[in-house]
Structure formats: structure tokens, C-alpha cells
Design a protein around this ligand. Structure first.
Ligand SMILES: Cc1ncc(COP(=O)(O)O)c(C=O)c1O
Length: 430
């Protein structure tokens, strides 16, 4: 199902999520509106967390904040015994300010600056991911003595079956130290000698929106080979392995991704087998799911405006959002399956293209979708919108970024208000 777990049809044949009628939410909070179903967020996190509880060496779920971050999200992570993976000083500040224990924070990203490295050390985070020689230089220059747990990010040379732009583990990638090239071993050797960190193991993240899980055993095998060599050559025994995130989700009915539990069983079986074969102790496992937690929990709501029919070509129906709140269709050619939020009696009768309101001809939310005849004021729901949409939102054309509500048990709480013109003017000087 594309909609969140709690989606249902209300008496008036309208869509509800978390016991809240979506059309009512749209009228109450305005559109575009992002609605997150708390039950789905929690269920997805538990899929990972419960599998890790069975893993003999323990481990942590570090939700990838880059998919969607806000204080309310951090609150849910804490409730569910999950940590967080951040990729900037800004995300780190929100995580800390919202009360995430530093030991449960990972910090990835390929070009942390001196202030970010210092912030991570100062907070004493659990999993600082070292991505470059420059970061090793910054760490080596720090007078702090073991302040943060750390991992070296490796690039295992695996190309998962996903869009090139979200594939990160192949040799030609800006992320991590190559294993084949010998750079990962050199980085481990250097990191062992850095006093400011407690080096715990290696990290990898091979890509995103992955359906074919066979790339994980392949990458884990490469990591185990490296760690066996590091044990033999450097006397370094890894205590932690991060396999990153990457599990895909369904954006349309054509998608059939594995579940978090299936992902975890592939990962744990593979780590158990290859670490055993190489005589390595089982490491604590870290997983960093982003899309597969936030994505299915989020629904974007838009109000329909005008339409343009080009006879024999196509019909455009315009909505009040678009690339400013969700740039994924433009950035990755992502596909969505919008649906009418009210009045399910109205059956699909035409194929239309849903256009955004931004002044770019490529601002299209969904091409060629079957929908009832839409009229101005209709509310449409776009399922699977929770990840990498708001997180990448912009004020393009001086449009305010949307509000966010979390729903559950029939209650809706506003967790981020819609921006105002004053918010957008705040940084103007002179
Ligand atoms: C280092 C790291 N970890 C985890 C993730 C989360 O990936 P996903 O949202 O595909 O689960 C990303 C996203 O690209 C990432 O860069």
C-alpha cells in the first residue's frame, strides 16, 4: 500500500490518516501540507530496532536525518530507542537541542569543516564518520583526548541497482575511502593514531532506493576482507560496522520493495557468515535508514487550481505546491501516484499531468496519472512524500515552505508552521 499504515476511508468516502480526515486537515492547516503518520514512523523504526535486538553484538538504528528532520521527529526516535545520523552542523544542533543523547548520534558527510568536527568532538558523539584525509587532518590537530567514537567511511566499489545520482558506494564517488585502491587501509592506519577519537570500525552507505538487496552481502564481504587485513596488518579489531541505509520504498503501485525486517535479515545473515569465515568477532551493527522510515509515513496535500487542456497532446492540472516543496521529480525523475483525498465515489476518468506552481516548465509533480475530473478546490494527496521532499524544500519564487502536522489516534499536532513573508525577508539587509 502506498498510503501510511493507518490510512482508511471515512464515512463520507474521504481519505483519512491517523484517524484524521485529510480534506479537513487541508482546510484547517492550509496547503501544501505535509502530514506524517506517527504509527507508520514508529512501525518502520521498530522493524529495524527489533531485528537489532536479536543481534548478539548489539547495535543501533541511527535514523538518517537528511530524509526529514524536525524536533517532533527526534522525539519519536527517542521514544523508540533509536539514534540519529546527521550530515551537517545544523542537523547536529537540532538533534542535540531536541534531546538526543550524544552517544546515539552519527555524523556522516563528505566535507565537514573545522567547526563541525569540533562540535562533534565537543558533544562527544558516538559515531563520527571520517570521510576524507582533510577530516583526518582536522581531527589530528585537535588537542581533545578520546572525545568521540569514530568510523572510517569506505567505498566498497559496489554499484547498486538504483538511480546513478543516489548511488554512492561505487569507486567513482565523492564519498569514502576506496577499498580496492588501498586508500581505506591507509585511512584506518592514520585514524588509529588520532588521539581525539576512539576508532571503532568502518562505515559504508552504498546508495538509496535499493530494491535488490544482493548488493549488501557483496559490500559486507568487502568490508570484512578489509577488516581482516586491518587485524592482520595493523592489529586493529573492529567493534562496529555501519551498513548505512538505502532500503527503497513504494512510490507507485508498480514498486514492491523489501521490508525493513527483510533488509535486516539479509544484513545480519551476511555479517554473521562473513565475519565468522574470517575469524572476526561479530561487530555491533549500525543501520541508517532514512527514506524507508520517513517516506511511507508522509503524505503531501495540495489544492487544485487551474487546468490547461492541449487537445491531442495532454491536460495539465495545476496545484498550489511543486518543486519548492518536492524537487525529487525534477532532480531524479521520481514518480508519484497522486490521488483525490475526498469523495472516492468519483472514479478516474482521465489522464492528466499534475503541474506545480513554480515558474519552471519542468515543475511537474506527476506525469500521466489517472484521476477523476479534478476541479478547483479539490484536495489531492501524494503518498510516499515523507522523505527527501521537505528536507530539500526551497523558497523558490519566494514561496513559503509548507507546514507539517503529525497525526495519530484522531489527533493532529502542528509541528512546523507554514513560513510567512516575514520569515523569508528576515535575512535581507539594507
Ligand atoms: C551516510 C548516509 N546514511 C544513510 C542515508 C539514508 O539513506 P536512505 O534514505 O536511502 O535510507 C544516506 C542517504 O543518502 C546517507 O548519505
Amino acid at each position: 500500500m502506498l498510503l501510511p499504515d493507518t490510512a482508511a476511508r471515512t464515512a463520507g468516502d474521504r481519505l483519512s490518516v491517523g484517524g484524521c480526515d485529510l480534506v479537513e486537515l487541508a482546510h484547517r492547516f492550509g496547503t501544501p501540507l505535509y502530514v506524517f503518520d506517527e504509527a507508520t514512523l514508529r512501525a518502520r523504526l521498530r522493524g529495524y530496532r527489533e531485528a537489532l535486538r536479536q543481534w548478539p553484538a548489539g547495535g543501533e538504528v541511527l535514523y538518517s536525518a537528511k530524509a526529514y528532520l524536525g524536533r517532533a521527529m527526534v522525539g519519536i526516535l527517542r521514544d523508540e530507542d533509536c539514534g540519529i545520523d546527521v550530515v551537517s552542523g545544523g542537523e547536529l544542533s537540532i538533534a542535540l537541542e531536541a534531546g538526543m543523547p550524544p552517544a546515539w548520534i552519527g555524523f556522516a558527510g563528505n566535507n565537514k569543516d573545522a567547526a563541525e568536527v569540533e562540535a562533534a568532538l565537543g558533544a562527544g558523539i558516538g559515531h563520527l564518520v571520517i570521510d576524507s584525509d582533510h577530516e583526518l587532518d582536522l581531527l589530528a590537530a585537535s588537542p581533545r583526548r578520546p572525545s568521540a567514537g569514530a568510523l572510517v567511511r569506505i567505498s566498497p566499489g559496489i554499484r547498486p541497482d538504483t538511480h546513478d545520482f543516489i548511488s554512492t558506494g561505487q569507486l567513482d564517488s565523492k564519498f569514502g575511502f576506496g577499498v580496492d585502491s588501498g586508500q581505506a587501509m591507509v585511512a584506518l592506519r592514520r585514524a588509529i593514531g588520532v588521539g581525539a577519537i576512539d576508532l571503532r570500525g568502518v562505515h559504508m552507505h552504498i546508495g538509496s532506493q535499493i530494491f535488490d538487496l544482493r548488493c549488501y552481502p557483496a559490500a559486507i564481504g568487502i568490508a570484512a576482507g578489509l577488516l581482516a587485513a586491518a587485524r592482520d596488518e595493523l592489529g586493529f579489531v573492529a567493534r562496529e560496522l555501519s551498513v548505512g541505509g538505502g532500503l527503497g520504498i513504494a512510490y507507485t503501485d508498480d514498486d514492491d520493495p523489501p521490508t525493513p525486517r527483510e533488509f535486516m535479515s539479509v544484513v545480519t545473515e551476511s555479517v554473521g557468515a562473513v565475519f565468522g569465515e574470517r575469524g572476526l568477532p561479530l561487530p555491533a551493527l549500525l543501520v541508517e535508514p532514512g527514506r524507508s522510515v520517513a517516506g511511507p509515513a508522509g503524505v503531501a496535500l495540495y489544492t487544485v487550481g487551474g487546468r490547461k487542456e492541449i487537445p491531442g497532446v495532454r491536460t495539465y492540472v495545476a496545484v498550489d505546491g511543486g518543486m519548492g516543496d518536492n524537487i525529487r521529480p525534477k532532480l531524479y525523475g521520481a514518480r508519484y501516484q497522486p490521488m483525490l483525498a475526498g469523495d472516492a465515489e468519483r472514479r478516474p476518468v482521465e489522464t492528466v499531468t499534475i503541474a506545480g506552481r513554480y515558474c519552471e516548465s519542468t515543475d511537474i509533480l506527476a506525469h500521466d496519472v489517472e484521476l477523476p475530473r479534478l476541479v478547483p478546490g479539490d484536495v489531492i494527496a501524494v503518498p510516499a512524500s515523507g522523505a527527501y521532499s521537505l528536507a530539500m524544500a526551497s523558497n523558490y519564487n519566494v514561496n513559503p515552505r509548507p507546514a507539517v502536522v503529525f497525526v495519530g489516534d484522531g489527533r493532529a499536532r502542528l509541528v512546523r508552521r507554514r513560513e510567512t513573508l516575514d520569515d523569508m525577508l528576515r535575512c535581507e539587509v539594507g
